[in-house]
Write a protein that binds this ligand. Structure first.
Ligand code: ZN
Length: 331
């Protein structure tokens, strides 16, 4: 138990239930404490809970726990943490108080727990159909390659067809929201996914932002969680959206695909990020959106316009999906 003397911002302790995989198992408990308006869990308690061993870094600002199977690295005041080889964006910055670091309880439940204990993430039934969503199309070109001028819409369609080929060979039914160069509204992409009774939805895009580089994968923020690009909570963040039914599947799917892409490409890890994009917000199944590199960066553009590199991306996305699928389906 923590002594509260002199810690004026802390107004009480609560219990955070992190349930084990099986319904008959007893809930496991982490204590959470309020700092301002948010409840936090001590990183020291987290390390004990997940058997992460000893902190490897002698610093008041940073911790790193590393075992043969797990890695948790985080820093005071930062919103990104490294979890098992992938950068993840939290809703709230890591707090430093009472000579300890603290993580918001929503981030423990919705980010850290599903990644450190994926065996607790369940989809409930077999994934029979995967929907791939090549971004843009028709009059919506997306971004363009800085040197080649190649349109994002053409490259996303090509990438989707390559992922389809890979997953079809693994015996999975894969359908695309568009198979030609045509305009498809975001709402129609969501509706198509619902009509197909898909078990999984992956939207494919390429990025643009000056010389920035790397790969990022988005999923829906849990209700109450701040989007990665926003400094603080906005109106509507607390609302629960259809995509929030799959909070744990969403982050685990994003982790699997992002990790697979990083391993295959050695690209810069821009992390698993959160955004209330229409295709994620209104999703009828677990859903992610992959930004597989920057067409505005000349070096990455050279890779992205190469068919061999897109094949590498496609295989990595497919392999990430297979890892996810194997974990979450009923056995
Ligand atoms: Zn795009």
């Amino acid at each position: 138990m923590i002594v509260f003397g002199g810690w004026k911002r802390c107004v009480g302790a609560g219990l955070l239930c992190v349930f084990a995989a099986t319904v008959w198992a007893k809930p496991q408990i982490l204590k959470s404490y309020r700092i301002g308006e948010v409840r936090y869990v001590s990183v020291t308690d987290l390390a004990k809970f997940y058997n992460l061993g000893r902190n490897q870094i002698n610093s008041a600002e940073r911790v790193e726990y590393r075992t043969s199977t797990a890695l948790l690295s985080l820093q005071a005041e930062q919103r990104d943490v490294t979890l098992n080889g992938v950068n993840h964006w939290l809703s709230w910055p890591v707090e430093k108080a009472h000579d300890r670091l603290w993580v918001a309880d929503v981030d423990v439940l919705k980010v850290i727990d599903p990644v450190l204990r994926p065996e607790t993430v369940r989809f409930g039934h077999q994934i029979r159909t995967v929907v791939l969503d090549p971004g843009h199309g028709g009059s919506e070109h997306g971004t363009h390659g800085i040197s080649s001028g190649r349109a994002e819409k053409d490259l996303t369609l090509d990438l989707a067809k390559r992922v389809q080929e890979f997953l079809s060979a693994a015996g999975i039914r894969v359908v695309l929201t568009r198979t030609t160069d045509r305009t498809v509204e975001l709402e129609d992409r969501v509706a198509f996914c619902r009509e197909q009774h898909a078990g999984l939805f992956v939207s494919l895009h390429f990025n643009s932002a000056g010389g920035a580089e790397g790969i990022e994968t988005y999923c829906m923020p849990p209700a109450g969680m701040v989007s990665t690009s926003k400094p603080s909570s906005q109106n509507g963040d607390a609302d629960r959206m259809p995509g929030n039914q799959y909070d744990l599947c969403n982050v685990w799917l994003a982790h699997c695909v992002q990790r697979s892409l990083l391993r295959a490409t050695q690209a810069t890890d821009r992390g698993v990020r959160r955004a209330r994009f229409v295709v994620l917000r209104d999703a009828s199944c677990p859903a992610i959106l992959v930004e597989a590199g920057f067409l505005s960066n000349a070096t990455e553009e050279r890779q992205l316009i190469s068919a061999a590199y897109r094949d590498t991306l496609a295989r990595a996305i497919g392999e990430g999906i297979l890892v996810y699928k194997k974990t979450v389906e009923p056995r």
